[in-house]
Design a protein around this ligand. Structure first.
Ligand code: PLP
Length: 448
């Protein structure tokens, strides 16, 4: 008896049988997109479709996928040293990377503590700040100030510091309290003011909290210039300068979470440069390795480092991950910094910013577009159902998945944050490719 030949299961079939994806409600989500290859700004599916990676694979990729120079660095390092414990041992790539980072970072950030990803870079920053004050004999400084709409990661400390939202609510009982202040969300000004006439009055909220609680504040944690997952909120640089000023005035630490913004995403190597400020601690990850491998770095000032130097072992920073300072990740990060120097990557981002401004500007005229924002290599449109009232559905707005599907159909991989649609491609995207992507955005929004 002849049996019909059984089609071999696709990657999606196999995936659906055993994989659990992040941020995905499997019951209603479309099947995952099966990606088998990446090159430059493009990803290729199992069945040969080409997709433009419009979100830099979750904001990590900057020089393009499968970059020859990064590939070479990775394979060369694998032949030399794969991994070694970083407590009590060291290796050349970790030292070189620390030296290169310190040379590039805002002045005063001199001590590099490695971890695995963006969330751990933030956890380390919070723990460092807390123990810094404890080691200095001020254990009452135990709380943090963070901003509304903040997103700092998915581990417990990072979630505590993030905005109270659907991301964190199921875990509320395991989170610690933080104090919160207004961000400069100009489109939805918390004070109802207009940017053209305001004096960055929203900073007054941070000052109020600091004034009331300054003796108990270990640090102020912010995402400088661009609050990412909380709605792609672009700041006026004056707010950032004000955060530094207030931290100095009230004698607390300023912690900059540059996990998203670091390595050129906002048009400067680090977003803190927009206001010429140096934080006391900076958190780095994502594009640190050009988007190749997980690596986190939390960089602190010498004053903070010195508070941990003691003959008393209880003053040690007892924190470390198995893959801390992984040599493969450090080698790729070094190669990524080489690419910055050799190809003028920051100039590339600035050119991209110009194309985005030109292309995104006209989107403001569309019926459902409430606000258009551009910073560096990121173009953002905030969608509303009523332009005058600025009504919008937020993160769970069904418009997000609907748009994602429409773009996917056209060969553009985007992942809107609910009603906030953003385009954040690898920096190596060309002018024509940028224009094509914006054309897709325009057409899809027009059809909504
Ligand atoms: N901080 C910021 C500003 C982020 O945008 C993210 C991730 O999107 C994180 C921290 C967490 O990074 P990771 O996803 O690598 O844990």
């Amino acid at each position: 008896m002849n049996r019909p030949a059984r089609a071999s299961p696709t990657l999606v079939d196999r995936d659906r049988a055993c994989v659990w994806h992040p941020y995905t409600q499997a019951r209603i989500a479309p099947p995952p997109v099966p990606i088998v290859r990446g090159e430059g700004v493009y990803l290729y599916t199992e069945d040969g479709r080409r997709l433009l990676d419009g979100i830099s694979s979750w904001w990590v990729n900057i020089h393009g996928h499968s970059h020859p120079k990064l590939n070479e660095a990775l394979t060369a390092q694998a032949r030399e040293l794969d991994h070694v414990v970083f407590a009590g041992c060291t290796h050349p790539r970790a030292v070189e990377l620390a030296e290169r980072l310190v040379a590039l970072l805002p002045r005063g950030l001199t001590r590099v503590f490695y971890s695995d990803n963006g969330s751990t870079a933030v956890e380390v920053a919070l723990k460092l700040a807390l123990q810094y004050w404890g080691n200095r004999g001020e254990p009452s400084r135990r709380t943090f100030i963070t901003l509304h709409h903040a997103y700092h990661g998915d581990t417990v400390g990072a979630m505590s510091a993030s905005e109270d939202s659907i991301f964190t609510r199921p875990f509320a009982s395991m989170l610690f309290d933080v104090l919160r202040a207004h961000p400069p969300y100009c489109y939805r000004c918390p004070l109802g003011l207009e940017r053209s006439t305001c004096q960055i009055d929203c900073l007054g909220d941070l000052e109020r909290v600091l004034r009331e609680r300054s003796g108990s504040v270990a640090g102020v944690l912010v995402e400088p210039m661009l609050q990412g997952a909380g709605g792609m909120i672009v700041w006026p640089a004056e707010f950032l300068a004000g955060v530094r000023r207030l931290c100095d005035r009230y004698g607390t630490l300023m912690i900059a979470d540059e996990v998203l913004t670091g390595f050129g995403r906002t048009g400067r190597m680090f977003a803190c440069e927009h206001a010429s400020v140096s934080p006391d601690i900076i958190c780095l990850s994502k594009a640190l390795t050009g988007g190749y491998l997980p690596l986190g770095a939390t960089v602190a000032t010498e004053a903070i480092y010195e508070a941990f130097l003691s003959d008393d072992r209880t003053k040690t920073f007892f924190h470390g991950h198995s893959y801390t300072a992984n040599p493969l990740a450090c080698a790729v990060a070094l190669a990524s910094l080489d690419v910055f120097e050799e190809t003028g990557t920051l100039d590339t981002v600035r050119a991209l910013e110009g194309w985005l401004r030109e292309g995104f500007g006209p989107l403001a005229a569309l019926q459902m577009v409430g606000d258009v924002r551009v910073i560096g290599g990121v173009g953002i449109v905030e969608l509303v159902t009523d332009k005058t009232r600025k009504d919008a559905g937020g993160y769970l707005d069904n418009v997000g998945p609907r748009l994602a599907e429409a773009f996917l159909h056209r060969g553009l991989l985007l992942r809107p944050l609910g009603n906030v649609l953003y385009f954040m491609p690898p920096y190596v995207i060309t002018k024509n490719e940028t224009a094509w992507a914006i054309e897709q955005i325009h057409e899809v929004l027009n059809d909504l």
